[in-house]
Design a protein. Structure first.
Length: 762
């Protein structure tokens, strides 16, 4: 038996997909699995009547005894006292608040938006009320409820446990922390001790009843996707070992393991987890299970696995994890494990069957419609491809399998699976968690979804590139695509080149314009503080972004400060002697330093010079997203910056060129071969008209029509219906039929009407 766990804390709106992928894989291989999301379970433990009673009683005691830093900070002191004073209101209301955020108890919206002091509050709630002049309408209730929950989480952080936040735990103790002692010291904390460890004891008692004869052995597999799950994962493994002793074997994998722990030297980590599984995890996990089934604890390397043999202090690592020397040759049939990794992308899809989605909440962190997608939905999460087909951007982890090991899933099989999952779970939205979903797979997914009558809607990460034409975007929208996010990074031609983004500003504008015309939300990721970036480039990038927002081409964006990582192309090139100006610091452990634990993020000289840009760039984004795109960008900086060198009409000109090209392309007849054609308008309706018949349909909220003879209208209606549900691979044949219906002379005008009324060529 295998117990798969998502340790706390990750996002609370939907199950994180890893353990559901693993469950599918393991069950296909004949293992029985139990999946358990400790993230949502811990949330439920804390944010309920009993949980808040405990919180307030403990906070009252702690504050009375040692007010600590809070006593010196009047603002913190006031807020703690405010929460303690309103503690009864909090405990009275918390269950309703959480249920409301789950999409239940709609009546609570009216109580919540009375704003008369019956409901307790906090600083975030106050500012939301203030923005509504103290009179929010019931439609504001989801935002108010989300703010209230965040206020209570802040109270926990300030009064009881500084490591706590709603969607991560002790992240500062885990990201690229070289000394494992810092992490273990953080495990003795309020939330983990008061809520998580007692939950685990109950979980183990229940689990024990499910073990064969109550005493069988089992494997606990934990996924650690982010640093904010590491503390929870360690406590989970420690508690399971204390409870079950030799009956449990523990293994961990996931994004954090893949990026941060590849060079792990700290053998104390294996007091918690017996095995670390790398990359896709399927092959490694199977190698672990085979080893256990064979009853052997040897000291031979296991496929993409790290472990510490029983009674040893040294770690055995497979050479495939890193290019470090492999201590001993593998004994396993490693090709079959590699095959499991390779084939999994084609055959393994996440199985959410039996998961109670009603436990998850819909927090509304932001009114921005694109931002809301991240949290305001119970999405089924899946990917169209493992890895990124581009895998060339200089800052990205392109040395690692999760980026470099590109392998697309079969869109047909994935669609059939997701449709089935939607029927079983009642969740119809899909979040494609790709690094950059391939355009061809997205198109196929949209075709299938549209042909099946739109059982799904979906959104996810892409690359802004030329494959996203106006017609492709139109088909994607008609097939259920609602939003895309993609990296622009440094919005300048020079920046694209240096980063190796492989796109041009023209392509970005064209892709964004196509998505916006199709009514698809767009989000851009940006980077500032790239290691050799000049101030001029940051300002030019900001100016280009201002113009993109000003033209309505983006709905939202986010600026990340550049982080140099060990698995990036830049670092690999630096190691080979390139980038003489880049001075990486602390690349290897100094003598006397503790054994290495996590080490993905690297420092470099001069990186702090970019810190001053953080607040002004965030302020600019906020202004643009709220509609102020006219203020010159340099005014946002409280220090002297160069004026942008980007002409103020750069994006407008590219947009004009886009419109010209689009209109010209629509006027052209299909080229020979290689294109598909589909009619995306509504079902054409025929009505007698003077001298013939009027054929009428709707597309993109507008009316479209042609008036021809009754016979021609009937034939045209049939032809459009034929290419409406399913695309045609023979646009030339379609043209021929059209020509026969209307005649060669009238063809260009009819073609123009159809192309501007939903007939797409892609
Ligand atoms: S940044 Fe995005 S597009 Fe570039 S290599 Fe990484 S995943 Fe691919």
């Amino acid at each position: 038996m295998i117990y798969l766990v998502q340790p706390p804390l990750v996002q609370l709106n939907a199950p994180y997909p890893s353990i559901y992928y693993l469950r599918s894989f393991l069950e296909k291989n004949g293992y029985s699995c139990i999946v358990s999301d400790h993230s949502i379970a811990l949330f439920e433990r804390i944010f309920c009547r009993q949980g808040t009673e405990t919180l307030f009683a403990d906070a009252r005691r702690a504050f009375g005894k040692t007010p600590g830093a809070a006593a010196e900070n009047p603002y913190a002191r006031y807020n703690i006292e405010r929460f303690l004073s309103e503690s009864e209101q909090w405990t009275a209301v918390i269950d309703r608040l959480v249920n409301f955020l789950r999409g239940k108890d709609r009546e609570f919206a009216h109580l919540l938006t009375q704003a008369n002091g019956v409901i307790p509050g906090g600083p975030r709630y106050d500012s939301c009320l203030e923005a509504a002049d103290g009179q929010p309408g019931p439609d504001s209730a989801p935002v108010l409820a989300s703010r209230l929950l965040a206020d209570l989480a802040d109270f926990i952080t300030v009064a009881l446990d500084p490591s706590f936040s709603l969607v991560r735990y002790a992240e500062h103790l885990s990201a690229s922390v070289r000394d494992f002692s810092q992490v273990t010291a953080g495990l003795d904390s309020y939330i983990l001790n008061t809520f998580y460890r007692p939950f685990l004891q109950e979980e183990w008692r229940n689990l024990e009843k499910k073990l064969p004869g109550g005493e069988g052995q089992f494997l606990l597999g934990a996924t650690i996707p982010f640093p904010g799950c590491l503390a929870g994962a360690l406590v989970c493994a420690e508690s399971a070992k204390e409870y079950f002793g030799d009956r449990v074997c523990t293994a961990a994998g996931g994004g954090y393991v893949n990026t941060e722990l590849r060079s792990l030297e700290e053998d104390r980590f294996f007091d918690y987890f017996d095995y670390l599984c790398f990359d896709r995890g399927y092959g490694s996990l199977r190698a672990v299970l085979d080893r256990r089934a064979a009853g052997g604890d040897t000291d031979k390397p296991l496929y993409k696995t790290m472990y510490r043999p029983h009674g040893h202090r040294s770690i055995v690592r497979d050479q495939a994890i890193e290019n470090s020397a492999c201590e001993k040759p593998r004994e396993e049939p490693s090709e079959s494990y590699a095959e499991a990794d390779r084939d999994s992308v084609k055959t393994i899809f996440p199985d959410y069957t039996g998961i109670d989605f009603s436990r998850y909440i819909y927090p509304v962190d932001d009114a921005n419609p694109m931002h809301r997608l991240w949290s305001d939905g119970h999405w089924l999460k899946a990917y169209l491809a493992h890895g990124c087909y581009w895998h060339a951007c200089a800052f990205c982890d392109v040395q690692l399998d999760y980026i470099r090991g590109y392998s697309p899933a079969d869109p047909e099989a994935l669609f059939a699976h997701l449709k089935d999952q939607a029927e079983k779970t009642g969740v119809r939205g899909v979040h494609l968690v790709d690094e950059a979903a391939p355009a061809a797979s997205l198109v196929r997914l949209a075709e299938l979804n549209r042909a099946a009558g739109l059982p799904l809607e979906f959104w996810g990460n892409i690359r802004f590139e030329k494959a996203f034409t106006p017609d492709t975007a139109a088909l994607l929208a008609a097939g259920g695509l609602i939003g895309v996010s993609a990296g622009i990074e440094v919005a300048s031609e020079q920046g694209f080149k240096r980063i190796g983004k492989g796109i041009t500003l023209r392509e970005v504008v064209r892709a964004c314009a196509a998505f916006k015309e199709a009514g698809i939300l767009t989000h851009a990721y940006l980077i500032y503080g790239y290691w050799d970036e000049q101030e001029e480039e940051i300002i030019d990038s900001a100016e280009t972004m201002r113009q993109l927002f000003s033209q309505g081409l983006l709905d939202s964006a986010f600026w990340h400060k550049f982080v140099l990582t060990r698995h990036s192309r830049i670092y690999a090139e630096w190691k080979r002697g390139r980038h003489g100006d880049l001075a990486v610091t602390g690349d290897s452990a100094a003598p006397g330093e503790p054994k290495l634990f996590a080490n993905n993020d690297l420092r470099f000289e001069g990186e702090e010079q970019y810190d001053k840009f953080t607040a002004p760039l965030d302020a600019l984004l906020s202004a643009w997203m709220n509609g102020d795109t006219e203020t010159p960008v340099d005014r946002a900086f409280p220090f002297k910056v160069p004026a942008p060198s980007v002409p103020a009409d750069t994006v407008t000109e590219l947009l004009d060129a886009y419109a010209r090209d689009r209109d010209q392309e629509r006027a052209e007849f299909p080229a020979d071969g290689g294109q598909r054609l589909i009619f995306l308008g509504s079902s054409p309706m025929m009505r007698p008209s003077r001298g013939g018949a009027r054929l009428f349909w709707r597309w993109r909220l507008a009316d479209h029509e042609v008036t021809v003879t009754a016979d021609r209208a009937a034939a045209l209606k049939l032809l459009l219906e034929k290419v409406s549900r399913n695309p045609s691979d023979d646009p030339q044949g379609f043209m021929q039929e059209l020509r026969e219906i209307i005649g060669a002379a009238a063809l260009p005008e009819l073609w123009n009407t159809l192309r501007n009324g939903g007939l797409a060529l892609y």
